[in-house]
Design a protein around this ligand. Structure first.
Ligand SMILES: NC(=O)c1ccc[n+]([C@@H]2O[C@H](COP(=O)([O-])OP(=O)(O)OC[C@H]3O[C@@H](n4cnc5c(N)ncnc54)[C@H](OP(=O)(O)O)[C@@H]3O)[C@@H](O)[C@H]2O)c1
Length: 505
C-alpha cells in the first residue's frame, strides 16, 4: 500500500472472519474470491453479508407462531366459561390454575393447564407466558357465605340473593399484588415485548452466535468486537477509513431455526452510545451476500436510550445500496447485525461518523408489538369507586359496596389493581360487571361509564364479552360497567355496545 490512506491489511483476520461465519468453503468459488481479491471493491460498500446456512444450531428464542390466550382464574365461574367458549371455537387456550387436579376434574382432559398462583411471582415462569398473545384475567378473592358454601359454591354463585359474605383470601394480596405480578409477567414475558438477546442475562451460547464482521472483508483495517461485562454487551473497536474501508460490525450467525417475529411490530434496542450514528440490520434470508433490512439510529453520549425501529421502516439494502424488494419477511428472521459505518445508503455519508475508537453498549435487543385491540381483559367489578364516596346512599348499594371494609377493602383493592392495569402500557379492557348470576346468557346488555350502574348480569355474558373484547378496537383501553337491561343495542352486537363507550385515554 503506498497511498497515505493505506494500512497493512490482515489476511489472517479476513480468513478468521470467513471461517467464523462458515463462509470458507466459498473461497473456492473463483468469481467470488476474485471479486474481493482481484479488483478493488466498491468503496461505498459496507455490506458484510457473510452468512451461510451452515451455522451451528442455536436455541430458538421464539419459534412457534404466537397465539395462545391465557385465562387466569380458569376454575372460577366466569373463567371456566371463557375457557369452554374459547375451546369450542378452536382457539389455543392455556388455563392458569392453582390446582391442576381439581381443574382437570372441572374443565376436562383436553384443556391445556398451567399451575401457578398469581400471588407467588416465582410461579409465573416464562412457560406461563410462552407464546401468549392475550390474557383474560377472571381471578378474584375467594368470597363465601359466612355459614360456609355448598360443595359447588352454589350459595356464593347465588347472584342477588343475599348471604352474609366473608373473604377467604386477602384482597390486597389477590386483587392488587397478584394482579401486579401477572401484569409484570405479561409485559416482560411476551405480551408487549419479547427478548431476542437479553445481555443482562447472557446465555452460554453468546460466543457461538455473535462475531465481528469488519471491513477487513473488503481490504480495510477496522476492527471491532462484541464482549460481555456486567450484564451489558459492548460493541466497540476502532474504525478506520484506510484502504477505502470504513465500517465495523458485529453480526449473528444464521439462527436455526429462524425466528418467527410476525406477531411483532418492530425491534427495540436498549443502548448507551457515544453520540455516533449506528445501523441495525436484520435478514430474512440465509445467503452470505444477500439483502439486509436496515435502519440507522443516533445515540446520545453516555445516556441509556430506548430505540424503536418498526419493521415497516427498515430499508432493504444490498451492500449499503437500497434495493427495490418487498418488506422484510418477519416470519423468518435469521440474522441480526449492528454496525458503525462511514456510509449511510447509496453512497451518502453518515453525518455522525468519525474514525477512531467507538463504543456502543447494548442491554437488550427485543421485539415489541403495538396493538389496535386489547391484549389484557380484566374482570373487575361495578362499585370499585364507590366505597367512601360522599353522598352515597348505602341502602341502595350492592353488598360489596356496603361491606367493603368487612371484606378487607375488596373493592378498594380492585380499583388499585385496575389503576395498575391502566398504567401498564398494555392495551386493556376492564369489565366491571354488576352482581354476577348463574342465569342463562344472551340477555340484552347495558354499558355505562362513571360507576353508578346497579343490577345483575349472567356470567355467561361476561365470559362472552371477555372474548369479544379481544377482537374490537373500540374496546381498547376502555373501562366499562355492565348490567342486563335495554342498552340500545341488539343482543350480541358487541361493536354497538363498545361503540357507546369512551376510551380512558
Ligand atoms: N360475585 C359477584 O357478584 C361479582 C360481581 C362483580 C364482579 N365480580 C368479580 O368478577 C370476577 C370473576 O368472578 P367469578 O364469580 O368468576 O369468581 P370466582 O368463581 O370466585 O373465581 C375466582 C377465580 O380466581 C382464582 N384465583 C383466586 N386467587 C388466585 C391466585 N392467587 N392465583 C390464581 N388464581 C386465583 C380462583 O382459583 P381457585 O379455584 O384455585 O380458587 C378462581 O378460579 C372476580 O374478580 C369477582 O370478584 C364478582
Amino acid at each position: 500500500m503506498t497511498s497515505q490512506n493505506s494500512s497493512q491489511w490482515d489476511l489472517g483476520r479476513f480468513v478468521k472472519t470467513l471461517s467464523y461465519f462458515g463462509a470458507v468453503p466459498l473461497l473456492s468459488r473463483f468469481d467470488w474470491f476474485q471479486q474481493w481479491f482481484g479488483s478493488r471493491p466498491d468503496p461505498t460498500v459496507d455490506s458484510s453479508s457473510l452468512l451461510t446456512s451452515s451455522a451451528p444450531t442455536v436455541e430458538a428464542v421464539n419459534s412457534e407462531a404466537a397465539g395462545v390466550i391465557l385465562v387466569v382464574g380458569a376454575t372460577g365461574g366466569v373463567g371456566k366459561r371463557v375457557v369452554q367458549r374459547l375451546m369450542q371455537r378452536g382457539v389455543a387456550v392455556r388455563a392458569l390454575v392453582r390446582d391442576a387436579d381439581r381443574a382437570r376434574a372441572m374443565l376436562g382432559e383436553s384443556v391445556p393447564l398451567i399451575e401457578a398462583d398469581i400471588t407467588i411471582p416465582e410461579t409465573l415462569t416464562p412457560a406461563v407466558m410462552e407464546n401468549v398473545s392475550a390474557v383474560i384475567c377472571c381471578s378474584g378473592t375467594r368470597v363465601q357465605p359466612v355459614e360456609g358454601d355448598t360443595p359447588n359454591r352454589e350459595k356464593y354463585y347465588q347472584g342477588i340473593k343475599f348471604y352474609l359474605p366473608e373473604v377467604v383470601d386477602t384482597p390486597e394480596v389477590v386483587e392488587y399484588q397478584g394482579l401486579q405480578n401477572l401484569v409484570q409477567a405479561a409485559g416482560e414475558l411476551g405480551l408487549t415485548h419479547r427478548a431476542i438477546f437479553d445481555f443482562t442475562q447472557p446465555s452460554d451460547s453468546f460466543k457461538e452466535i455473535w462475531g465481528a464482521l469488519d471491513d477487513v472483508v473488503m481490504g480495510g483495517v477496522s476492527e471491532s468486537s462484541l464482549r460481555l461485562a456486567d450484564g451489558v454487551a459492548y460493541f466497540s473497536g476502532v474504525v478506520s477509513t484506510a484502504n477505502s474501508g470504513g465500517f465495523a460490525s458485529v453480526r449473528t450467525r444464521n439462527l436455526e431455526p429462524a425466528l418467527d417475529l410476525s406477531q411483532y411490530d418492530g425491534v427495540e434496542l436498549r443502548v448507551k452510545g457515544d453520540g455516533k450514528r449506528y445501523k441495525f440490520m436484520l435478514r430474512s434470508e440465509t445467503r452470505w451476500d444477500g439483502v439486509a433490512y436496515c435502519a440507522s439510529f443516533d445515540t446520545v453520549p453516555d445516556r441509556w436510550v430506548t430505540v424503536r425501529l418498526p419493521f415497516a421502516s427498515l430499508i432493504p439494502v444490498f451492500r449499503a445500496k437500497t434495493v427495490n424488494v418487498g418488506p422484510v419477511d418477519t416470519r423468518h428472521v435469521s440474522a441480526f447485525q449492528l454496525m458503525l459505518s462511514k456510509f449511510e445508503y447509496d453512497g451518502a455519508l453518515n453525518p455522525h461518523f468519525e474514525p477512531g475508537f467507538f463504543q456502543l453498549q447494548i442491554e437488550s435487543i427485543r421485539v415489541y408489538r403495538q396493538s389496535e385491540v386489547p391484549k389484557f381483559v380484566l374482570v373487575s367489578s361495578a362499585g370499585v369507586t364507590r366505597p367512601g364516596k360522599p353522598g352515597l346512599n348505602l341502602d341502595e348499594e350492592p353488598p360489596a359496596v356496603r361491606l367493603n371494609d368487612q371484606l378487607g377493602g375488596i373493592l378498594t383493592w380492585k380499583l388499585k389493581g385496575e389503576d395498575m392495569v391502566r398504567q401498564s402500557g398494555i392495551p386493556y379492557t376492564i369489565l366491571r360487571p354488576c352482581a354476577l348470576t348463574e342465569e342463562p346468557g344472551g340477555q340484552p346488555l347495558r354499558f355505562e361509564q362513571g360507576d353508578t350502574l346497579t343490577g345483575k348480569v349472567s356470567r355467561e355474558d361476561i365470559a362472552e364479552l371477555c372474548i369479544q373484547a379481544l377482537a374490537l378496537p373500540q374496546a381498547r383501553n376502555v373501562t366499562v360497567e355492565i348490567a342486563e337491561g335495554e342498552g340500545g343495542c341488539a343482543v350480541g352486537d358487541w361493536e354497538c355496545l363498545f361503540g357507546q363507550v369512551k376510551a380512558d385515554r
